[in-house]
Design a protein around this ligand. Structure first.
Ligand SMILES: Cc1cc2nc3c(=O)[nH]c(=O)nc-3n(C[C@H](O)[C@H](O)[C@H](O)COP(=O)(O)OP(=O)(O)OC[C@H]3O[C@@H](n4cnc5c(N)ncnc54)[C@H](O)[C@@H]3O)c2cc1C
Length: 364
């Protein structure tokens, strides 16, 4: 169903939308109607009740046609809906999860700050308890879906004496003191919207605290484990498309009186691309399987994300190389996939951070 939708409804429009840097609101609305915002959320909370393997196959299929749409959907699923389902009370699930999971609006996750990137614990955004509310002040950076979301999971610090309790809050964008700051002008993923969120005396009811005070980092890290699998799936989808485009072009383009696909140098690139893609796909599916079994998957998720993101950058590079000069032109889709792939070794933890996570697991 998703492959069909992506090919028929997204593919014909996406190149123009991407050139204009337009957010594909109509397409996303339809994806919400197809129940793809809360894929692993049980039906009673508005979701599709799928397992993580199926969810990641959906992300892969979306990324095969449009990586921007894949990350928009992946973030809503894995770092908004999933943590609210996993750590929320029944009341929070009814109020803040159900409408998002059934597709009414997109979700977002605001962990990064200007000084807190890889060092995610270095949070400066404050949440000061005041009566039945918390008052939030600070700037969150690089929030995917920031300007387009109907709900945001915000990480902020509650100071209790000497204790610095990193906590997670569900914040509605209409709340007074919630503003969208700079919208990023990005190299790729130009149909996905990424921005700062500026919080100025933003008063949030106590009921919007997810888990307990001090649970914020645990919630963020567990969600990132799950969402890294989604980024791996996004990479597999991009790589799959890059391979398809390269094969098609290699058969059509003739040099020295024959299709370039006849040259062994081109064939070897195609073989390497296919092999690396399969390896990445297996790592992604293995991590998703472990998550489905509720087994420890921190290292598996990091391995899947690390390998798949580095793989896809090699694969899109080879696919562009096979296209020669036209690969460098906006007329050909491979140029867009090449730019879109670049972010995957950076967001949801850089490659360096994934190596730290894997080594920590090995040595512990
Ligand atoms: C398109 C896009 C979308 C994003 N969406 C979101 C979102 O929805 N929500 C959100 O919260 N964040 C989001 N981010 C932010 C993203 O998670 C961060 O950019 C990422 O974690 C890296 O942080 P940084 O950019 O501050 O880089 P830095 O942490 O400053 O890193 C700079 C370089 O130093 C390296 N480095 C840092 N520390 C170490 C170390 N200990 N050892 C070795 N090397 C190190 C890094 O690997 C990197 O190469 C997004 C980013 C992008 C690009």
């Amino acid at each position: 169903m998703v492959r069909d939708f992506a090919e028929k409804e997204i593919n014909p429009k996406i190149s123009e939308l991407e050139k204009k840097g337009e957010f594909p609101r109509d397409i996303l609305k339809k994806l919400g109607e197809l129940n793809l915002y809360g894929m692993v959320i049980p039906e009673e909370y508005g979701g599709a009740g799928l397992d993580h393997i199926s969810c990641n196959l959906v992300i892969e299929e979306l990324a095969r046609i449009c990586p921007s749409i894949a990350v928009t959907v992946s973030v809503t699923n894995s770092v908004y809906c999933y943590p609210v389902w996993k750590f929320g009370t029944d009341e929070q699930k009814q109020k803040f999860l159900l409408p998002c999971a059934r597709g009414d609006f997109l979700g977002a996750f605001a962990l990064t700050e200007p000084q807190a990137g890889s060092d995610a614990a270095n949070q400066k955004t404050k949440a000061v308890p005041d009566g039945n509310t918390y008052v939030l002040n600070g700037v969150k950076a690089w929030v995917t879906n920031g300007p387009e979301s109907g709900i945001v999971l915000v990480i902020a610090v509650v100071n209790r004496g000497e204790d610095k309790k990193i906590s997670a809050f569900i914040v509605e964008p209409g709340t007074k003191g919630f503003e969208i700051g700079t919208v990023e002008d990005k190299l790729g993923l130009r149909c996905s919207s990424t921005s700062e969120i500026v919080l100025t005396d933003c008063r949030v009811p106590k009921e919007n605290l997810l888990g307990e005070e001090g649970d914020g980092l645990k919630i963020a890290l567990h969600s990132l484990d799950a969402s890294r699998i989604g980024i791996g799936a996004q990479c597999v989808g991009i790589g799959q498309r890059a391979l398809e485009l390269a094969i098609q072009y290699a058969k059509e383009r003739e040099q020295f009186g024959r299709p370039i696909a006849k040259f062994q140098a081109i064939q070897f690139m195609l073989s390497d691309m296919a092999m690396e893609l399969e390896a990445a796909s297996m790592l992604v599916m293995r991590a998703a399987y472990l998550l489905d079994q509720d087994r420890k998957m921190t290292a598996a998720a990091s391995q899947a994300k690390l390998y798949a993101s580095e793989m896809v950058n090699r694969v899109v590079g080879m696919a562009l190389q096979i296209h020669g000069g036209v690969g460098y032109s906006k007329e050909f889709d491979i140029e867009r996939f090449y730019r879109d792939a670049r972010a995957t070794t950076i967001y949801e933890g850089t490659s360096e951070v994934q190596r730290i996570v894997i080594a920590r697991q090995l040595l512990s």
